[in-house]
Ligand binder design. Structure first.
Ligand SMILES: CSC[C@H]1O[C@H](OP(=O)(O)O)[C@H](O)[C@@H]1O
Ligand SMILES: Nc1ncnc2[nH]cnc12
Length: 296
């Protein structure tokens, strides 16, 4: 498949907390897709919304079984790419680090700070070294479309925000929460990294619609975060998130023009061809099909 020709949209959706039940798709089919990177969070559901192909995966698995640090982010993105997804939208519960971003509002995240450690954060490695650019980790086209769709669905949407990713599973201390505010982070969660990194390596334009569920722990005199409160807000907002996805489907231009992110790997791989590890190349049959599909 050439990346520089217009093609049809195929939107991958990674549904987070409160969204494991997925989105209602026409002609939906559940498919267990296997990945050389291990087990994904579960089967994908693929189908159509208003004529556009969508494929959904629940980030934490059915019944929210998988904690943030144990999610196989590589496998999730690999199977979505394997299904032919062209663009990837993450939906996430987030805590607010700002007075104005109140619970119930949505944020089209545009930057990340990564405080995670020990998560598999690259498809590449010894035998195939790649350094993709991540200065602008979110696809502006998809972020604008997703933000506008959420607004049309009735949400209050902030068009930008910096998401700080912690490992969790515990929520932050008050001191950490204040520190993250001082760093300039706007919202906090446990899953956007390495998801956004891996999407870029897989040449998938990525956007993240965060749904603010709480104020985290920085507010003087306020109670700390409770998971049950987050889930209650998420349940109240899940219909809005699903409506936003429907509105996104309705608003996509008929043809998907190429994105520069479709070619993110063009200048990223620095290992000499004669030093390539064929086993790693084989594992990248979906992620880097554009580069290695026919050549090696
Ligand atoms: C259930 S509260 C904490 C949990 O919610 C967020 O997950 P997701 O981004 O998948 O919606 C947060 O990152 C934590 O994993
Ligand atoms: N305050 C918070 N911290 C981390 N992850 C979250 N997900 C939703 N709210 C959160």
């Amino acid at each position: 498949m050439r990346a520089d020709k217009p093609r049809s949209w195929h939107i991958g959706v990674i549904g987070g907390s409160g969204l494991a039940a997925g989105i209602a798709l026409d002609d939906a089919q559940d498919i267990a897709v296997s990945s050389p990177f291990g087990a994904p969070s579960g089967p994908v559901t693929t189908g159509r919304l208003g004529g556009v192909r969508f494929t959904f995966i629940a980030r934490h698995g059915a019944g929210h079984r998988i904690p943030p640090a144990a999610i196989n982010y590589r496998a999730n993105i690999d199977v979505l790419k394997r299904c032919g997804v062209t663009d990837l939208l993450g939906l996430s519960a987030i805590g607010s680090l700002r007075e104005d971003m109140a619970p119930g509002s949505f944020v089209a995240v545009d930057q990340f700070i990564d405080r995670t450690s020990g998560r598999e954060n690259s498809f590449f490695g010894p035998g195939l070294v790649a350094h993709v650019g991540l200065a602008d980790p979110v696809c502006p086209r998809l972020a604008v479309l997703a933000g506008a769709a959420a607004r049309r669905a009735g949400a209050e949407v902030y068009p930008a925000g910096c998401y700080l990713t912690i490992d969790g599973p515990q929520f932050s201390t008050r001191a950490e929460s204040r520190l993250y505010r001082a760093w300039g982070a706007d919202v906090i969660g446990m899953t956007a990294m390495p998801e956004a990194r891996l999407a870029r390596e897989a040449e998938l334009p990525y956007a993240l619609l965060g749904m603010v569920t709480d104020w985290d722990a920085w507010r003087e005199g306020a109670a700390g975060v409770e998971a049950a409160d987050i889930i209650a807000v998420m349940h109240a907002n899940a219909a809005l998130a699903r409506e936003a996805v429907r509105a996104l489907a309705a608003s996509l231009p008929p043809v998907r023009e190429p994105s520069p992110i479709d070619r993110a790997l063009d200048s990223a791989i620095i290992t000499a061809p004669d030093a390539h590890d064929p086993r790693l190349i084989a594992r990248l049959d979906a992620v880097a099909a554009r580069l290695f599909g026919e050549r090696e």
